[in-house]
Ligand binder design. Structure first.
Ligand SMILES: [Zn+2]
Length: 132
């Protein structure tokens, strides 16, 4: 196990320095803000991050006397979950990325429909509408 203690300013009082121990374990990372622990040991931090089937999962023990952590699935935070805004073009009737400002004839930036956009962009798409 590799562990390191890092320090940074308290966000409410920047004159106070807070310490956090970060321990890299075989299957995850344990984070222990100074003065915290878990029910069965003072050397364990109340925050643990691991991957399960390629998806990050965070466990947080918010009560030092409680055994059950809060589980937070972070798969919604994966870059692969990011959506791309697309807009139906009033000029050509196809879809373009909402931030595309180029020529409608550019086939790389012209999509027949939302499924075509999702497939070719490799991301989920979100249709947005022009502000009138
Ligand atoms: Zn167009």
């Amino acid at each position: 196990m590799k562990n390191e203690t890092v320090s940074f300013s308290d966000s409410s009082d920047c004159t106070k320095i807070r310490k956090v121990r970060v321990t890299v374990e075989t299957q995850g990372v344990c984070i222990q803000p100074e003065g915290t622990g878990v029910f069965d040991g003072a050397d364990c931090g109340p925050i643990f991050l691991e991957f399960q089937n390629g998806k990050p999962v965070l466990y947080v023990w918010t009560d030092i006397n409680g055994e059950d952590p809060i589980r937070i699935d972070l798969d919604g935070a994966l870059e692969s979950a990011r959506t791309v805004d697309v807009i139906e073009c009033g000029c050509c009737g196809c879809y373009h990325r909402a931030d595309y400002g180029g020529d409608c004839r550019n086939d790389d930036e012209r999509f027949a429909d939302l499924d075509d956009a999702a497939a070719r962009l490799g991301k989920r798409v979100n249709e947005v509408y022009p502000v009138s």
